[in-house]
Write a protein that binds this ligand. Structure first.
Ligand code: 4GS
Length: 223
């Protein structure tokens, strides 16, 4: 799957060389490209921002470098073009799964400063997505969060021992607790049932635990 990232801070995306995502990129399962919007500025100082019409605090990303960069990396509009912003649709597991089905891949536009000129959204953007109700300094971390969550659904990214089937949200519930060796650690014992080898009883215990923790911490998920 292709991820085409547009940003004025390309260094943020160095972390994509790490972990399962980095491995998938090296294997060619994921194709990530990072473009510096500044390279498309026609200004002699390569400026990408300007003062807001109407006044007020902060700077606004100017349309031309952004629109030119988008048109250069996706000339035939084959990619689903996403702008990361707190005004967008909130990223939930269901939306993550939908995004992973985009055959051609995703273009992710990261805005910095106060925001971007609204006409960039009017002209180029297919969907605005938010990673949550808080304000960051830029859209780079949201883009990394989205890539990480979506990549897990791309065939070949997770190994056979990791799965999207039994984790939190896959069944609408929070996950049951996990344990590994030793059977006793600082006096705390692994629940007996998990050591019983009785797969029916283990499945029942895990379901009960999932329901218990969801009721306690996220009762909103049960409705
Ligand atoms: C988010 C968010 C965000 C908003 C970018 C202020 C700089 C900042 N983007 N989900 N301008 N939350 N963006 O906080 O996506």
């Amino acid at each position: 799957m292709k991820f085409e990232i547009l940003t004025i801070f390309p260094e943020y995306f160095g972390v994509l060389s790490q972990s399962l995502i980095g491995k998938a990129i090296r294997e060619g399962v994921l194709d990530v490209s990072v473009t510096n919007i500044r390279d498309y500025s026609k200004d002699k100082h390569s400026r990408t921002d300007d003062y807001p019409y109407g006044g007020g605090a902060g700077m606004v990303m100017t349309p031309d470098p952004v629109v030119s960069a988008i048109e250069a990396v996706d000339p035939d509009h084959k990619l689903k073009r996403v702008y990361l912003s707190p005004k967008g649709k909130q990223l939930k597991q269901k939306l993550v799964e939908e995004l992973a089905k985009e055959e051609q891949g995703l273009l992710l536009l990261c805005g910095d400063y106060e925001g971007i000129d609204e006409r960039i959204i009017d002209l180029c953007i297919d969907e605005e997505i938010s990673i949550g109700d808080y304000v960051l300094t830029g859209g780079e971390l949201p883009a990394l969060v989205l890539i990480n969550a979506v990549a897990r659904y791309v065939d070949g990214v997770l190994g056979s021992s990791e799965s999207t089937n039994e984790e939190s949200f896959s069944n609408g519930l929070l996950e049951y607790p996990h344990y590994t060796r030793p059977a006793v650690y600082r006096g705390l014992k692994v629940p007996e049932v998990l050591q019983s080898g009785n797969h029916g009883e283990i499945a029942k215990w895990r379901k009960e635990q999932s329901l218990r923790i969801t009721k306690e911490r996220r009762p909103d998920l049960l409705n």
